[in-house]
Design a protein around this ligand. Structure first.
Ligand code: IMP
Ligand code: MG
Ligand code: MG
Ligand code: MG
Length: 176
């Protein structure tokens, strides 16, 4: 049992299972990007452990960059605009976006919209976890480590209100 802030969590996915999922994704990316020099674009904060594990398994030259989706108030009354920091040097590059989890897909589709304006050569997405029941977008997910049910999880980069990112395995919210 794990307690973070006010909530209780229980073990869900072992580190061994996660490593096996990372290995599978890495093999596919190695096949698809053989002889190319992709840029792995890691979406902070949650993607940091997956980024390390995945890029260390890449055989060949690659670059690793980090980005963060920053919300800020727009000048119009329509509310929030989103901005991506750290994506200045992607022109003509083969970009692989690295995400911790795709849930509704809202974050990911914001990122795509911004990248489409950067004149990249191509982009793919690699996500460690994917909740198909929650996904509301059309875009195909190129590399998925593991599909999970629509449950709240923490660990291996994922947080609950700032806590739990450091855990090597994944926990799910305990059913009351
Ligand atoms: P989306 O925009 O709904 O696809 O989800 C985007 C972000 O919500 C992810 O990058 C995570 O930071 C967070 N998130 C979604 N599901 C979970 C979860 O189960 N645990 C922790 N964070 C989550
Ligand atoms: Mg950094
Ligand atoms: Mg994320
Ligand atoms: Mg979070």
């Amino acid at each position: 049992m794990l307690k973070l802030h006010d909530l209780e969590f229980e073990p869900f996915i072992s580190n061994r299972q996660i490593e096996a999922a990372v290995e599978e994704v890495a093999q596919k990316i190695n096949e698809d990007f053989s002889g190319k020099c992709p840029v792995f674009l890691s979406v902070l904060n949650g993607a940091y452990p997956f980024t390390a594990a995945l890029t260390q398994r890449f055989k060949g030259d690659c670059e690793v960059e980090f980005t963060k989706l920053k919300s800020y108030e727009g000048t119009s009354s329509t509310g929030k605009l989103k901005n991506l920091i750290g994506v200045e040097n992607l022109k003509d590059k083969h970009v692989i976006i690295i995400e911790d989890i795709v849930d509704t897909g809202n974050t990911f589709s914001e990122i795509i919209k911004i990248l489409e304006e950067k004149e990249v050569a191509s982009f793919k997405i690699a996500t460690l976890f994917y909740k198909p029941e929650a996904y509301k977008k059309e875009h195909n997910l190129d590399y998925v480590g593991m599909e999970i049910p629509n449950k709240f999880i923490v660990g291996y980069g994922l947080d609950y209100d700032g806590l739990g990112r450091n855990l090597p395995e994944v926990y799910q919210l305990k059913q009351k």
